[in-house]
Design a protein around this ligand. Structure first.
Ligand code: BES
Ligand code: MN
Ligand code: ZN
Length: 498
């Protein structure tokens, strides 16, 4: 979808559809579009077909000649409760409706969405994100022109209100486009099927992304990791025929001596569980176990496109977790890159093993802070469902900033405690630490494990297990990979630049 910004009168818009939001309780529409519209609107109010409640939709035809062919009214709910997340959501719903109705293009008027707490730029960004996030589907393995296949909206015009600064709106639009390019790349990577998606494939995609923009990418292969002692990562990789890679991406938007922000993403391209094999049901979804990696790669792309004045390093340990004659066994003891030994009690707790080495590796950058993202624990889905990712870490200020960025971006995070008492659950009799802490507080003990490898810098961990994959498909969250994390991270990084 191509989005542009325009000014002018609504009634002069030659479009298949004019889209406008309507707050609950409005008696008139203030859209200058001839007398006809208010009369039709009044009738819809009277017949209770439409009242402006959140989620309501009204499509009107024959409003005036020469202007828009239709008017699509979207209920916004109560004005005082309306947030930027709601606006994003409404825009996503608009995309879905217009796609279903096969109306190739539309004009969306901003004049009706007055919001006290939001500036023009924020509104335009939220609308554009909502439109673009809904305008995605993973159809590369489907035949072209399949009957019933949605016809995409090709053009959207955002019609500014009188007095709105067009330059501000265009800047915000560019920001949304960069962010959504990152989100959609992340979704593509998550949706790619496991047969295609080897660790090497993920590495090649990261290299290709880096070549598109101003990012330096380098790869460590198995031999190099053996030489350096990535024992925990290589332990997970040893059950698979496919070679592991450590993917390192560097973006320099600030002075060379400025310490970077480091992002680390779990890149398990398929998690069968290994010898501690997972049950068969829904095992197909475990191709999404690189959702953290996808978020890091997508965020690197967005940050570079936005030319953020910051130094960033993205690290992705990419492996496949498979059972085989060469796989690690429960009871094995691995020596990690940090030198700490790890007793592997469950080969399905593999994410923390590869992250341990990646977290040690980023230490060499002397990062000013480190954020890791991982589809790490099923327990996180038990705790928070599919509404928020868990955030834990060793620095409450950093966590506070992330919570705020999550709220603003519409990607919710929720803090879980990381009290030192939890570490007792991962004490091993035979090694420095064991890789499972039993059933109680599974998300927290996983973070407590990571903390042992993240003790030399400010660090936060996002468990995105419940957020990386959308099972049913919602407006702005099509079925499959969600690209979760990119928007919250970019929002956070914007704050870091200020
Ligand atoms: N990748 C899984 C976690 C997961 C489960 C992500 C469901 C998304 C959806 C992770 O590697 C895993 O298997 N974790 C185990 C840890 C346990 C063995 C300590 C889990 O959560 O069961
Ligand atoms: Mn696992
Ligand atoms: Zn996993």
């Amino acid at each position: 979808m191509k989005i542009s910004v325009t000014t002018g009168a609504a009634e002069q818009q030659k479009t298949a559809c004019l889209v406008a939001g309507v707050y609950e309780g409005r008696k008139r529409l203030d859209i200058e579009i001839g007398k006809g519209l208010d009369e039709l609107f009044g009738r819809a109010l009277k017949s209770k077909e439409f009242s402006g409640c959140k989620g309501e939709v009204l499509l009107l035809h024959g409003v005036n000649k020469g202007g828009p062919e239709r008017v699509l009214l979207l209920g916004l709910g109560k004005e005082k409760d309306f947030t930027l997340s709601d606006l994003r959501q409404v825009a996503s719903e608009a995309t879905n409706i217009l796609t279903r109705k096969q109306l190739g293009s539309f004009v969306l008027t901003l004049a009706q969405v007055a919001m006290k707490k939001a500036e023009l730029g924020e509104k335009v960004q939220a609308i554009a994100e909502g439109l673009l996030l809904a305008d995605y589907n993973y159809d590369r393995y489907l035949p072209k022109n399949r009957p019933g296949q949605p016809v995409k909206v090709s053009d959207a015009l955002l019609l500014l209100a009188p007095g709105d600064d067009k330059h501000v709106a265009e800047t915000a639009l560019g920001k949304a486009e960069a962010i959504c390019a990152g989100v959609c790349l992340a979704r593509d990577l998550v949706n790619a099927p496991g047969n295609l998606k080897s660790p090497e494939y993920l590495a090649m995609q990261a290299v290709a992304m880096s070549e598109q923009v101003n990012i330096k990418a380098k790869l460590l292969n198995r031999q190099e990791m053996e030489k350096r002692g990535f024992g925990a990562l290589l332990g997970v990789a040893q059950g698979s025929q496919r070679d592991p890679y450590l993917i390192v991406m560097e973006y320099n938007g600030a002075k060379a001596d400025e310490k970077p922000v480091a992002l680390v993403g779990k890149g398990v391209v398929f998690d069968s569980g290994g010898i501690s094999l997972k049950p068969g049901e829904k095992m197909d979804e475990m191709k999404m176990d690189m959702g953290g990696a996808a978020a890091v790669i997508g965020t690197m792309l967005a940050a570079a496109r936005l030319q953020l004045p910051i130094n960033l390093v993205g690290v992705v340990p990419a492996v496949e977790n498979m059972p085989s004659g060469t796989a690690i066994r429960p009871g094995d003891i691995l020596t990690s890159l940090s030198g700490k030994t790890i007793e592997v009690l469950n080969t399905d707790a593999e994410g923390r093993l590869i992250l341990a080495d990646a977290l040690t590796y980023v230490g060499q950058y002397q990062p000013r802070l480190v954020i890791d993202l991982a589809t790490l624990t099923g327990a996180c889905i038990i705790a928070l469902g599919n509404q928020a990712a868990a955030v834990l870490g060793n620095d409450d200020k950093l966590i506070g900033q992330l919570l705020k960025a999550g709220e603003r971006s519409g990607e919710r995070l929720w803090q879980l405690p990381l009290w030192e008492e939890y570490a007792a659950q991962i004490k091993s009799d035979f090694a420095d630490v064991k890789n499972t802490g039993g059933r109680p507080a599974g998300t927290i003990t996983a973070a407590a494990f990571l903390q042992k490898f993240a003790d030399s810098y400010r660090w936060a961990h996002l468990d995105i297990a419940g957020m990386a994959w959308e099972e049913s498909g919602k407006a702005g969250r099509p079925k499959g990979g969600t690209g979760f994390g990119v928007r919250a991270l970019v929002e956070f990084l914007h704050g870091e630049c200020a």
